[in-house]
Each structure stands twice: as C-alpha cells, then as structure tokens.
Design a protein around this ligand. Structure first.
Ligand code: ADP
Length: 497
C-alpha cells in the first residue's frame, strides 16, 4: 500500500474564495490576518484564509441581526424560502465535481467518498429541508373555557453554528438546512482545518437568491472566533459539533453570556456488537467499515468491536486480514480506501493511543505506525485482547484503530457496551430478531444500527445520549432546534365589558 502515497495527484481545482462572507460580500479579516489551511497528504499549505476574531464575528452577527429583524428573509413566504433552498441544492449539484475535489484536498477524505456519497447527501439534505420550509406551523388547541388557544412556531433569530473538520460539507448541511428552513439567519464558523468548501457553497447560496446577511461564514480558530460567537449577546441560538471537551466550553460560554439555547453533537465510543449467529464474513466487513470509514474520524465510529466468544477467533483473523488489505494512499486515486488524518495534531494523538494500547498489553494484530514519511497517513491498526478499562477502550481515538473485545452473553455485553460516558451510536449484528429487539432497547445510544452502520438518511435524527450531546439533528427533530413556540390566547366570545 505504501506505493499509493507516492506521486500525488495535483488537484485540478481553483481556490476561489478565502475571505469571510459577511452580508453577501467577501471581506478580509478586520485585523487583516490570515491563517494557513493545509493539504493533509503533505502538510503543505493550500491557501491562506482570512482569520476571524471578535471583530469579524461582531460584524457577521450585526449583518445576521439586521437580516433577521428587518427582513426580507423571515418575512418572505415559506414557499419563497423553500424555492431558494431548492435552487441552491441544484447549484451545488452542478458544481459537485469541483466541490468534491476541494473537500478531498482540504480534508484528505477519499474523492470517491466525497463525490459519490457526501455531495449527493448534501443535495438530498437541502431538498429535504426545502420540503419542510412551507410545512412548519403551530397548533390550534382546545381550551377549558371561553378561549381560542393557538401556538405559532416562529424562527428563533440569529443562529450561531460551529462545525468540525471531519465532514465539512455535511456538517454545513445539517446546521444550515434546518435553520434556514425555519426562517432564521446564521453566522457559521467553520473548522480551522477545513475552511474552503463552506465559502464556496455559501457563495452559491447567494447566487440562488439568498438575501444578503442571511448566511454569514467566518473562518478562524476556536478560542478566538468560535468563543466570540458562543458568547455573543446578540446570538439567539448556538449549535455546535465537535469534541466533548469543547462542547462543555461553548455551553458554558452560552450560559455566561445570554443563556442562548445550545445543541451539541459531541464525541462517542460506540459499541458494535457481533452476536454468535453472525455471518462472520459480513460482520467483519461491516465492523471494518464502521470503524475505518473516513479515516476513523467519525464521532459515531464503531470503536469498540464486541465479538461473541464463539466466533471471536475467526472474526479476529479475518478482521486482521481485511485491515492488511485496506488500501491507504492518495485520496484522489481510484481504489484508495483511506487517506491521511486531518492534521499533525490528530495524527500524533492517534499514534499516542496506539502506543498506549501496546503499553497496556492489548495485542497489536497489525498496523501500529505511520505510513510513509510525509503527510499524516496511519496504518490501519487492529488490537485484540482489549479490556474495558484500557484507555483505547474508553477514549475516543478518532483514527484508524480497531479495538476488538470478547464477550460471552447478551446481558454481559449490554452492561459493558453501556459502561461509557458516551452514548452516540451502537451497532448490532445478528440474524436473531429477538436478540436485535433486546439490544436495540437496552443500548443507551442516540442511534442503533442493526445489520448496517453509518446509514444517514436525511429524515432520521442523529444525536447523543449522555456526554455525546444535547438535542437531535436531521429529520423533523432538527426543526425544534430552530423554532420558538409562541402561545396566543384570546377569548372566543368577547365578554361584555
Ligand atoms: P477537534 O479537537 O476535533 O478539533 P473541537 O471540538 O476542538 O474538535 O473543534 C470543533 C469546532 O469547535 C471547530 O470549529 C473549532 O474551531 C471550534 N472550537 C474549538 N475550541 C473552541 C472554543 N473554545 N470556543 C468555541 N469554538 C471552539
């Protein structure tokens, strides 16, 4: 596989936009500063991007505030808003090739995945939310007395949104889609590792007819631009996706400033449970996918592979063979399954966890080191003999490191699978309907995938139990994050006063 990381393909895409997009205009940072975004294949700079800080966030929030308070966005008909979302989705579809290449270049994910999975999903998500825009309404409720009772579902106002680097475009869609469908305006801060694609799609949104100030995109770092957004007094709602540690920080910033409601999508340590009746070949493939997909950089990665003792040995041998066959290399090349980790920080963190696994006496079956000498490539790594109290079984590694654990019976695996501070997702692999039913109810996680993994339909919610987050995104549930409910009460018959 090492050969695949030589002779890198030069991406054939222009870097069109590197400034902030505020009030419909591309502008430099107030400070004039820029920061580099890197190609994770080489560690070389792709572009220098405007570096946002407090002043840029202030400007973006005032633009969003004005667009919300004065319109036209929240005052347009829902049908008009819906049509802009649809036109935007079509424009993105038209520019899919360029966007997929840009996403691969900035993030390191395989081009095949970006082009064939993520771009179509992005377009689908906006079609889905466009469909909601004109179907949001309150209730008429029966009263005990002489009153007419109704609820109005209104947009909250200015939404602050902070997104991570692992799925730059999809995280944009999960956040921006529902917020706009509900009539809010937005200030979005992208992750410092991956600022490029959001600027491009935000520009396309304006071409689709989005009024200025409705969607503002600021690039920059977390403790500066991100914190300014989370603590801004004029931001009415905050949505965040990232690590659990940073989630705690932004929740506190929101509380200390203006008590803006916060939704959080945080980390995970998801169990993937392979039962004794499993078809081992299929289980191996699915468990491999559940962990290694997107370089292992998924908050819902199936990072604790629990295998029933009856199939354990066969499963282990085949999982190791599968990992050894995994093609790591230039994500632009066809047939490559795994690109580099996002940056040097994540790369070093993954390597540290691999060392910790070895030191804690888990058995290193394969991998265990970097691949090549430049960029952030990590060998697909499999540990067996992993015990629940090892760091690699408890912490989120966010890399291509599979931990395989053995179990004997269902009650035991339920207890162990739930013994984590996280609760984002879980996977179950079995032919037995009653085992599936038992596990799906017993597992304390926001998503349970049965005989599948990482299926992200636009209509199904995603979010965490416990320290994996607060709230749900996608589906009808995401709308609640961006709506206020107003109760309106009036007498049915005017009393004679
Ligand atoms: P990771 O450790 O994977 O980079 P983070 O949770 O730190 O994940 O980052 C996710 C997003 O949160 C990024 O956009 C990042 O810039 C932002 N962020 C990081 N620290 C802060 C902070 N103190 N306040 C607000 N946003 C932050």
């Amino acid at each position: 596989t090492a050969a695949a990381i030589e002779d890198l393909i030069t991406p054939q895409v222009p870097i069109r936009y590197t400034q902030h997009l505020i009030n419909g205009q591309f502008v430099d940072a107030a400070s004039g500063k820029t920061f580099p975004t890197y190609d994770p294949r080489t560690g070389e700079v792709i572009a220098h991007v405007a570096e946002g800080d407090v002043e840029d966030i202030n400007r973006a929030v005032s633009a969003a505030r004005k667009a919300f308070d004065e319109g036209p966005w929240p005052k347009m008909t829902a049908y008009e808003r819906s049509r802009i979302l649809l036109r935007f989705a079509d424009l993105v579809e038209k520019h899919s090739d360029e966007l997929a290449a840009l996403e691969t270049w900035d993030n390191g994910k395989t081009h095949e995945q970006a082009a064939k999975v993520e771009l179509p999903m992005f377009v689908r998500l906006f079609h889905y939310y466009a469909g909601w825009a004109d179907k949001i309404h309150g209730l008429t409720v029966p009263a005990d007395g002489n009153y007419h009772l109704q609820t109005l579902h209104e947009p909250i106002g200015v939404a602050g949104q902070i997104i991570p680097w692992n799925f730059p475009l999809l995280m944009f869609a999960w956040k921006v889609g529902p917020a706009l469908a509900c009539g809010n305006t937005i200030v979005l801060k992208t992750a410092e590792q991956t600022p490029l694609t959001a600027l491009f799609v935000a520009k396309l949104f304006h071409e689709a007819g989005l009024p200025e100030g409705v969607l503002n995109v600021v690039s920059g770092y977390g403790p500066t631009a991100g914190a300014a957004l989370a603590s801004h007094m004029d931001v009415d709602k905050l949505a965040f996706t990232g690590s659990t540690d940073t989630g705690k920080v932004v929740l506190e910033l929101a509380a200390r400033s203006n008590l803006k409601p916060v939704t959080l999508e945080l980390g995970g340590k998801s169990p993937f449970i392979i039962c004794e009746d499993a078809d081992v070949d299929r289980a191996v493939e699915l468990a491999h996918f559940a962990l290694f997909f997107n370089q292992g950089q998924c908050c819902c990665a199936g990072s604790r592979t629990f295998v029933h003792e009856r199939v354990y040995d066969e499963f282990l041998e085949k999982s190791k063979q599968r990992a050894l066959r995994r093609v790591v290399g230039d994500p632009f090349k066809k047939g490559v399954e795994q690109g580099p980790q996002i940056d040097v920080e994540q790369f070093e963190k993954v390597i540290r966890y691999i060392r910790s696994g070895i030191e804690s006496n888990a058995t290193l079956e394969c991998g265990g080191d970097r691949l090549g000498s430049k960029g952030f490539f990590v060998q697909p790594t499999v540990f067996s003999n992993v015990k629940d109290d090892m760091l690699i079984a408890k912490d989120e590694i966010f890399g291509p490191v599979q931990s395989i654990l053995k179990f004997k019976d269902i009650d035991e695996v339920i207890r162990r699978a739930n013994a984590t501070r996280y609760g984002l997702a879980a996977g179950v692999f079995t032919k037995n309907v009653s085992t599936a039913n038992t596990l799906m109810r017993a597992l304390r996680a926001g998503t349970v995938w049965i005989n599948c993994f990482d299926v992200f339909d636009a209509a199904i919610p995603f979010g965490g139990y416990k320290m994996s987050g607060i709230g749900r995104e996608k589906g009808i549930y995401s709308l609640h994050n961006y709506l206020q409910v107003k109760a309106v009460v009036s007498p049915l018959h005017n009393p004679a006063w």
